[in-house]
Write a protein that binds this ligand. Structure first.
Ligand code: PEP
Ligand code: MN
Length: 407
């Protein structure tokens, strides 16, 4: 067994060849990782997680692979959403239930309109790690990187990255996944889990070989995506994703190039599996018509069958006059409209939508029929990171998207 810097086995029960491949992938530069104060404590946590029962199963992941293949072919629609950042404190049946109800109601509305099955995926049961654009916050403290790393409270001691939080994230994810399975047995629709594949010291511990060919499944979730800030072609995240059998998303911001996208597809989809890769565009409403056609045309010409998904949230964030990080409903809708218009014009399939949402009556995004104003934001602003659409705003957006789907 190869050993890590702390002299421990790198990946628990994995075969030596797999350990070597994982170590090689993770030896590349990894953006957005915490500076753990004590690497030995990280190795201890990793050893515990590497032999713990994982969150999902290969059978479930394979089922999602089949569902996303249908989306890529244009025979289904992908509805994904949930908190920007889940927290341990909000990992309650009430909060999870509210978010899932909102997500499922959106799926129902979209399914009726699209007249195809909807694949429902939550940002849930593990969305605990956050990439940040700055390393310090407004108080000059080390930035909050999600509950899996440190605490949001503005206390210097609690902002020190604590590897034991990975154990709490694991336990919280298991509990959330149990609730999702219970809802399923109680007759709710099929729901898959997803989160950003960001914190590599955690993600690597959930790799398990499965199937006759022993492919590695990342059983921390069903679907994982690589974020806009960690998609470097020679970086650790893309190399790590290459090892995983799971379906993989890549967020694409306005600076993404057609050449980059082709390289992602060559690396991540060498066998040309429909739905293996979901390209999640988050361009900003004003950039879609300029940037998206080139990307879509290049991918279409390459023959890779991807899922095109629109994240109308992350390119449309601004600061309100009252000092809150917010997003305007009209800009979110504008990005969605342009996304559908571009795909229609090119004859490609707009496969899905990716939202930050909650079933709770928060006031985090402005606009919509509720006319949430800059002043209203202070009423109920409770996100741990980015502003989410509340239930009414989600349903309003779903109805607008349904109209587009029918037209
Ligand atoms: C997110 O989805 O919460 C996120 C950080 O997105 P992006 O990587 O697109 O900025
Ligand atoms: Mn976010």
């Amino acid at each position: 067994m190869p050993v890590t810097e702390a002299g421990r086995s790198a990946s628990g029960p994995l075969p030596p060849a797999a350990c070597g491949r994982i170590d090689a992938a993770l030896a590349r530069p990894a953006a957005q990782q915490p500076q753990w104060p004590d690497r030995r404590a990280v190795a201890e946590v990793r050893d515990v997680l590497a032999t713990a029962p994982p969150i999902t199963t290969p059978v479930e992941v394979d089922r999602l692979r089949r569902r996303l293949a249908a989306v890529a072919r244009g025979d289904a629609f992908l509805a994904q959403g949930g908190d920007c950042a889940e927290t341990f404190a909000s990992n309650t049946p009430e909060h999870l239930g509210a978010n899932l109800r909102t997500l499922l109601r959106m799926s129902t509305v979209l399914g009726h309109a699209a007249r195809v099955p909807v694949v429902t995926v939550g940002r849930i049961a593990g969305q605990f790690a956050k990439p940040r654009s700055k390393t310090t916050d407004a108080h000059g403290l080390p930035v909050y990187r999600g509950d899996i790393v440190n605490a949001a409270a503005p206390d210097p001691r609690l902002r020190v990255p604590d590897p034991r939080r990975m154990l709490r994230a694991y336990a919280n994810s298991r509990a959330a996944m149990r609730l999702i399975r219970m809802l399923r047995r109680a007759g709710a629709a099929e729901i898959f889990a997803s989160h950003e594949c960001l914190l590599l010291d955690y993600e690597r511990t959930m790799l398990r070989p499965a199937g006759s060919d022993g492919r590695l499944y990342n059983l921390s979730s069903h679907f994982l995506w690589i974020g806009e800030r960690t998609r470097e072609l020679d970086g650790a995240h893309i190399a790590f994703a290459e090892l995983m059998a799971n379906p993989i998303g890549i967020k694409l911001g306005p600076t993404a190039t057609a050449q980059q996208v082709l390289e992602y597809l060559e690396r991540l989809d060498p066998h040309r599996e429909p739905g293996r890769v979901t390209l999640i565009t988050r361009l900003g409403h004003q950039h879609v018509e300029q940037v998206l056609p080139g990307l879509v045309e290049t991918v279409a010409a390459s023959g890779h069958q991807v899922v095109w998904q629109c994240d109308p949230m992350h390119g449309n964030t601004h600061e309100s006059t009252t000092g809150f990080k917010t997003r305007h409903f009209d800009r979110i809708l504008a990005e969605v409209r342009s996304f559908f218009a571009v795909h229609r014009a090119l004859g490609t399939y707009p496969g899905g939508i990716h939202l930050e949402l909650t079933g709770e009556p928060v006031t985090e995004c402005v606009g919509g029929a509720l006319h949430v104003s800059d002043h209203d934001l202070r009423g109920c602003y409770s996100t741990a990171c980015d502003p989410r659409l509340n239930h009414r705003q989600v349903m309003e957006l779903a109805v607008r998207i349904a109209r587009i789907l029918r037209s």
